[in-house]
Structure formats: structure tokens, C-alpha cells
Design a protein around this ligand. Structure first.
Ligand SMILES: C[S@@+](CC[C@H](N)C(=O)[O-])C[C@H]1O[C@@H](n2cnc3c(N)ncnc32)[C@H](O)[C@@H]1O
Length: 221
């Protein structure tokens, strides 16, 4: 029987994903616990304040969304995947597993909550995927400004009102045909981003992919 390389099914990776998805299933309780003392919204809090307040909340991609990210990275075979918003690293593990199975490439991911970044680093080491992941700690609008290479696939999952500024920052690094994926099309704060990528005059062909909260997949023209 042929054995196929599939890092998502590798025991250390699948155990980490199962543990984190299980913890994330209690996000509502964590938010309720913290929310009683906080406004929890970007109208009244800075990106950093919200990131620090939301330290216990995973907010991950769905399991199907993660598998879609894996498949996209396998198909595209990008040299560099960039992710805006690591949190505890659920989506990052899917991206990195695909990079591992492609046999080349790396993932650059970004997180401004220090505790989450530290925990994600531990998980990346435990799963043995740390050699293909670079975690940039701090505000992605600053850390990604240093990037000086083409972006082969971009995944946007930080605060929704910042997805458009991060996209605009990286647009000069997107070659025609590059895929940009954004999570949570149902969230109102993603509206200005969606208006941008859904207008072909801005240089994208965009489609909504109906997994759980909805992923917007946009191709740079
Ligand atoms: C929805 S969660 C990311 C979930 C993650 N992609 C996953 O699927 O597991 C959003 C994360 O983005 C981080 N974030 C928000 N704005 C950021 C910024 N400007 N720079 C870096 N990280 C940011 C937040 O701290 C939060 O952990």
C-alpha cells in the first residue's frame, strides 16, 4: 500500500489541532467571562487593547476553513505564505503542514498579543513545524512593512477593520494570480475590505467560499 505524506494527520499535529479546537469550543464562555468588564469592540479600543483583552479567546478558522487553507497552499505551492493574525496558531498549523508537504516554502505569521505569540511558538516547536514558520511579534502593519519578498499566498485573519490596510501594505508584493483569503465575511467590520476586493477596478476577482463564517477568496489580476 502506498503511504501518502499528510502532515495534518501526523500525530503531533493532529493532537495539537484537536487540543486547540477543543479549547476554542469554549471561546463563548471565555468571552462572557471577560466581556462583563470590557466593551470588546474596535470603536472604543485600540488594536493592541483589544488583542490584550482577548488573550483567552482563540477565534480560529473553522475545521473546514483550515482544510481549505491546506489544500490551497498545496495547489499553489507558494514560496512565502503570509498570515495576518496568528492567535494560538490553528490556521498557521494548517498553512505550515501544507508547506511541509510541498517540500519547500515558509509561513510568516503575525501576532501582537505577547502571551498568544509565546504559546503559539511552543505549539510550533511541539509539532515540529517551527522550522517552516516565522512568527513576527507586534503590530502586523509595522512588522510586515519590513517584508521585501513576493507574497505567494496571503491569509487575512487579524482585526477585521485592519484587513484592508494590511492588504494595501502588501499589494506591491502580490504578483498577478496571487490568492488572498480573508476569514469571516459575515462580520460587519470586514465591509470596507470586501468592497475593495469585490470591485474588479481594484484589481481582484473575488468569490465568497461558504465554509462556516465564510472565506473570501480573491485573485490578484
Ligand atoms: C481571529 S484571531 C486569529 C485566528 C487564527 N488565524 C486562527 O485561525 O487560529 C485574530 C488575531 O489577530 C491578532 N491581531 C489583531 N490585529 C493585529 C495586528 N494589527 N497585528 C498583529 N496581530 C493582530 C489578535 O491579537 C488575534 O489573536
Amino acid at each position: 500500500m502506498t503511504t501518502h505524506t499528510h502532515t495534518l494527520a501526523e500525530p503531533r499535529v493532529s493532537a495539537a489541532l484537536a487540543r486547540m479546537f477543543d479549547a476554542a469550543s469554549r471561546d463563548d464562555q471565555a468571552e462572557a467571562r471577560l466581556g462583563s468588564a470590557l466593551p470588546f469592540d474596535r470603536e472604543t479600543m485600540t488594536a493592541q487593547e483589544l488583542a490584550d483583552a482577548a488573550h483567552e479567546i482563540y477565534m480560529p478558522v473553522s475545521a473546514d476553513g483550515g482544510r481549505l487553507l491546506y489544500n490551497l497552499v498545496r495547489a499553489v505551492r507558494p514560496a512565502t505564505v503570509v498570515e495576518f493574525g496568528t492567535s494560538y496558531g490553528i490556521s498557521t498549523l494548517h498553512l505550515a503542514a501544507a508547506v511541509r508537504d510541498n517540500g519547500s516554502g515558509r509561513v510568516i505569521t503575525t501576532e501582537m498579543n505577547r502571551a498568544k505569540a509565546a504559546e503559539a511558538r511552543r505549539t510550533f516547536a511541539t509539532t515540529g513545524l517551527d522550522d517552516v514558520i516565522s512568527l513576527l511579534e507586534g503590530d502586523a502593519l509595522e512588522t510586515l512593512a519590513e517584508l521585501d519578498e513576493p507574497v505567494g499566498l496571503l491569509f487575512l485573519d487579524g482585526w477585521k477593520d485592519l484587513c484592508l490596510p494590511v492588504l494595501r501594505l502588501l499589494e506591491p508584493r502580490l504578483a498577478p494570480g496571487t490568492l488572498v483569503v480573508a476569514d469571516d465575511v459575515d462580520l460587519p467590520h470586514l465591509g470596507t475590505y470586501l468592497d475593495h476586493v469585490r470591485d474588479t477596478a481594484h484589481g481582484y476577482q473575488s468569490v465568497t467560499f461558504p465554509v462556516e463564517d465564510g472565506l473570501e477568496i480573491s485573485c490578484r489580476l
